[in-house]
Design a protein around this ligand. Structure first.
Ligand SMILES: [Zn+2]
Ligand SMILES: [Zn+2]
Length: 148
């Protein structure tokens, strides 16, 4: 059985979401609306300039949050299974099944956007990003086309 989860994270006040390069660890922000455009499949890290699929840029808090939700879903399934088992053996004289306490769910990590980056505009693609002050100063690569 396969289930899909929709994880939504609120963008910051300007509509930006965080991304993190898995290769160099650079954190930056892009406009969610621009990243979701159909022709954007890969992003170039503004710091190291290496292109990777968008999914490799998800930040740890997002992955953590997704894991918790998946775990809770599994726990709920187990709880349900025991509930059904108890119900189905209720009138059975040979087997009595009494379930214990339900397994508790974990509260997913709260997702929020920090606002500690500098906004920059990449004229090559006419798109905006937010970068750390350091990356902004050292001629960053455009996340969309990789131009430096
Ligand atoms: Zn990088
Ligand atoms: Zn560009």
């Amino acid at each position: 059985m396969r289930k899909n989860f929709v994880i939504s994270k609120q963008s910051d006040i300007d509509g930006f979401n965080s991304f993190k390069c898995s290769l160099c660890g650079e954190e930056f922000k892009l406009l969610a609306s621009e990243v979701q455009e159909d022709d954007v499949l890969e992003l170039f890290c503004p710091n190291c300039g290496i292109p990777s699929p968008i999914s490799t840029y998800y930040t740890e808090d997002l992955i953590d949050h997704a894991k918790t939700i998946a775990l809770n879903e599994a726990i709920n399934m187990i709880n349900d299974m025991f509930k059904r088992l108890e119900k189905s053996t209720r009138n059975n004289k040979n087997i009595t099944f009494k379930r214990g306490k339900s397994l508790p769910n974990t509260k997913p990590r709260t997702l929020y956007e920090k606002d500690d980056l500098e906004q920059i505009e990449f004229l090559c693609c006419n798109k905006k990003a937010k970068l750390s002050l350091l990356s902004k100063t050292i001629r960053p690569f455009c996340p969309y086309c990789g131009v430096n």
